[in-house]
Design a protein around this ligand. Structure first.
Ligand code: ATP
Ligand code: MG
Length: 140
Protein backbone atom coordinates (compact mmCIF):
# COMPACT_ATOMS: atom_id res chain seq x y z
CA UNK A 1 0.00 0.00 0.00
CA UNK A 2 1.57 3.26 -1.10
CA UNK A 3 0.38 6.83 -0.75
CA UNK A 4 -0.43 8.19 -4.20
CA UNK A 5 -2.03 11.21 -5.82
CA UNK A 6 -4.48 11.09 -8.72
CA UNK A 7 -6.42 13.60 -10.82
CA UNK A 8 -10.22 13.62 -10.68
CA UNK A 9 -12.59 15.58 -12.91
CA UNK A 10 -16.30 15.94 -12.20
CA UNK A 11 -17.62 16.36 -15.75
CA UNK A 12 -20.21 18.89 -17.05
CA UNK A 13 -23.15 16.43 -16.76
CA UNK A 14 -22.54 16.00 -13.02
CA UNK A 15 -21.85 19.69 -12.34
CA UNK A 16 -25.10 20.63 -14.12
CA UNK A 17 -27.00 18.03 -12.05
CA UNK A 18 -25.63 19.81 -8.92
CA UNK A 19 -24.21 16.56 -7.47
CA UNK A 20 -20.63 17.72 -6.78
CA UNK A 21 -21.21 17.29 -3.04
CA UNK A 22 -22.59 13.76 -3.47
CA UNK A 23 -19.49 12.78 -5.50
CA UNK A 24 -17.17 14.42 -2.93
CA UNK A 25 -18.96 12.36 -0.26
CA UNK A 26 -18.27 9.12 -2.23
CA UNK A 27 -14.60 10.12 -2.58
CA UNK A 28 -14.19 10.85 1.13
CA UNK A 29 -16.12 7.73 2.17
CA UNK A 30 -13.65 5.69 0.09
CA UNK A 31 -10.80 7.06 2.24
CA UNK A 32 -9.44 9.51 -0.34
CA UNK A 33 -8.61 13.11 0.61
CA UNK A 34 -9.25 16.11 -1.66
CA UNK A 35 -5.98 18.06 -1.44
CA UNK A 36 -6.66 20.57 -4.26
CA UNK A 37 -9.81 21.62 -6.11
CA UNK A 38 -11.03 24.18 -8.61
CA UNK A 39 -14.06 24.95 -10.76
CA UNK A 40 -13.35 25.85 -14.38
CA UNK A 41 -14.55 25.50 -17.98
CA UNK A 42 -12.18 24.04 -20.57
CA UNK A 43 -11.83 25.59 -24.02
CA UNK A 44 -12.05 23.10 -26.91
CA UNK A 45 -8.31 23.64 -27.43
CA UNK A 46 -7.40 22.76 -23.82
CA UNK A 47 -9.81 19.80 -23.85
CA UNK A 48 -8.16 18.46 -27.03
CA UNK A 49 -4.74 18.78 -25.37
CA UNK A 50 -5.90 17.03 -22.19
CA UNK A 51 -7.49 14.11 -24.10
CA UNK A 52 -4.86 14.05 -26.91
CA UNK A 53 -4.25 10.33 -26.31
CA UNK A 54 -7.70 9.77 -27.88
CA UNK A 55 -7.20 12.08 -30.87
CA UNK A 56 -7.44 9.25 -33.42
CA UNK A 57 -10.58 7.68 -31.89
CA UNK A 58 -13.96 7.95 -33.57
CA UNK A 59 -15.48 9.56 -30.47
CA UNK A 60 -12.78 12.25 -30.06
CA UNK A 61 -14.81 15.16 -31.43
CA UNK A 62 -17.86 14.34 -29.26
CA UNK A 63 -15.61 13.89 -26.22
CA UNK A 64 -14.01 17.32 -26.69
CA UNK A 65 -17.35 19.02 -27.34
CA UNK A 66 -18.88 17.45 -24.23
CA UNK A 67 -16.03 18.03 -21.76
CA UNK A 68 -15.83 21.71 -22.79
CA UNK A 69 -19.62 22.22 -22.83
CA UNK A 70 -19.93 23.53 -19.26
CA UNK A 71 -18.18 23.95 -15.93
CA UNK A 72 -16.18 21.09 -14.44
CA UNK A 73 -14.65 20.53 -11.00
CA UNK A 74 -11.04 19.35 -10.99
CA UNK A 75 -9.48 17.73 -7.92
CA UNK A 76 -6.25 16.15 -6.77
CA UNK A 77 -7.00 13.15 -4.57
CA UNK A 78 -4.53 11.58 -2.16
CA UNK A 79 -4.61 8.24 -0.37
CA UNK A 80 -3.47 4.65 -0.32
CA UNK A 81 -3.23 3.36 -3.90
CA UNK A 82 -5.24 6.43 -4.92
CA UNK A 83 -5.05 5.80 -8.68
CA UNK A 84 -6.58 2.32 -8.52
CA UNK A 85 -8.83 3.12 -5.56
CA UNK A 86 -10.43 6.03 -7.42
CA UNK A 87 -10.76 4.08 -10.71
CA UNK A 88 -12.55 1.33 -8.77
CA UNK A 89 -14.82 3.89 -7.10
CA UNK A 90 -15.63 5.46 -10.53
CA UNK A 91 -16.64 2.17 -12.19
CA UNK A 92 -16.17 1.18 -15.84
CA UNK A 93 -16.32 3.76 -18.66
CA UNK A 94 -19.88 2.78 -19.68
CA UNK A 95 -22.21 3.46 -16.71
CA UNK A 96 -24.53 0.65 -17.92
CA UNK A 97 -21.71 -1.88 -17.32
CA UNK A 98 -20.45 -0.28 -14.10
CA UNK A 99 -20.64 -2.17 -10.80
CA UNK A 100 -23.47 -1.28 -8.44
CA UNK A 101 -22.51 1.46 -6.00
CA UNK A 102 -19.83 3.02 -8.22
CA UNK A 103 -20.09 6.72 -9.10
CA UNK A 104 -20.74 6.04 -12.79
CA UNK A 105 -23.43 3.42 -12.03
CA UNK A 106 -25.14 5.81 -9.60
CA UNK A 107 -24.96 9.06 -11.54
CA UNK A 108 -23.85 8.36 -15.15
CA UNK A 109 -26.34 8.24 -18.00
CA UNK A 110 -24.26 7.15 -21.04
CA UNK A 111 -20.70 6.37 -22.13
CA UNK A 112 -20.29 10.09 -22.99
CA UNK A 113 -22.03 11.48 -19.92
CA UNK A 114 -20.24 9.30 -17.39
CA UNK A 115 -19.83 11.98 -14.68
CA UNK A 116 -16.17 11.57 -13.74
CA UNK A 117 -12.63 11.20 -15.03
CA UNK A 118 -9.75 9.57 -13.19
CA UNK A 119 -6.08 9.13 -14.14
CA UNK A 120 -5.32 5.62 -15.39
CA UNK A 121 -1.76 5.22 -13.99
CA UNK A 122 0.62 6.87 -11.52
CA UNK A 123 2.64 8.33 -14.43
CA UNK A 124 -0.48 9.74 -16.14
CA UNK A 125 -1.64 11.14 -12.80
CA UNK A 126 1.58 13.15 -12.41
CA UNK A 127 1.17 14.61 -15.92
CA UNK A 128 -2.54 15.37 -15.46
CA UNK A 129 -2.02 17.02 -12.05
CA UNK A 130 0.65 19.28 -13.58
CA UNK A 131 -1.74 20.11 -16.43
CA UNK A 132 -4.23 21.71 -14.00
CA UNK A 133 -2.41 22.68 -10.80
CA UNK A 134 0.72 24.54 -9.78
CA UNK A 135 2.68 23.10 -6.87
CA UNK A 136 1.51 25.84 -4.48
CA UNK A 137 -2.17 24.90 -5.06
CA UNK A 138 -1.69 21.34 -3.77
CA UNK A 139 -1.73 21.11 0.02
CA UNK A 140 -0.89 17.54 0.91
P1 ATP B 1 -11.83 8.98 -18.48
O1 ATP B 1 -10.51 9.10 -19.23
O2 ATP B 1 -12.81 10.09 -18.85
O3 ATP B 1 -11.61 8.81 -17.01
P2 ATP B 1 -11.95 6.18 -19.04
O4 ATP B 1 -10.51 6.18 -18.67
O5 ATP B 1 -12.88 5.25 -18.32
O6 ATP B 1 -12.56 7.64 -18.94
P3 ATP B 1 -11.17 6.28 -21.80
O7 ATP B 1 -10.97 5.07 -22.64
O8 ATP B 1 -9.96 7.02 -21.33
O9 ATP B 1 -12.12 5.88 -20.59
O10 ATP B 1 -12.11 7.27 -22.64
C1 ATP B 1 -12.18 8.66 -22.32
C2 ATP B 1 -13.61 9.10 -22.45
O11 ATP B 1 -14.01 8.98 -23.81
C3 ATP B 1 -14.61 8.26 -21.65
O12 ATP B 1 -14.81 8.75 -20.36
C4 ATP B 1 -15.86 8.37 -22.47
O13 ATP B 1 -16.63 9.51 -22.11
C5 ATP B 1 -15.36 8.54 -23.88
N1 ATP B 1 -15.41 7.24 -24.58
C6 ATP B 1 -14.60 6.19 -24.41
N2 ATP B 1 -14.92 5.16 -25.20
C7 ATP B 1 -16.00 5.60 -25.92
C8 ATP B 1 -16.81 5.01 -26.95
N3 ATP B 1 -16.59 3.77 -27.37
N4 ATP B 1 -17.82 5.77 -27.44
C9 ATP B 1 -18.04 7.02 -27.01
N5 ATP B 1 -17.30 7.64 -26.05
C10 ATP B 1 -16.30 6.94 -25.53
MG1 MG C 1 -9.10 7.57 -19.52
Amino acid sequence: MTQEQTLSIIKPDAVSQNIVGSIYHCIEKAGLRIIAAKRMQLTQQLAAKFYSIHQDKSFFSELITFISSGPIMVQVLEGKNAVTAYRTLMGTTDPKQAAIGTIRARFGTSIDQNTVHGSDSVETAQEEIKFFFSICEIIS
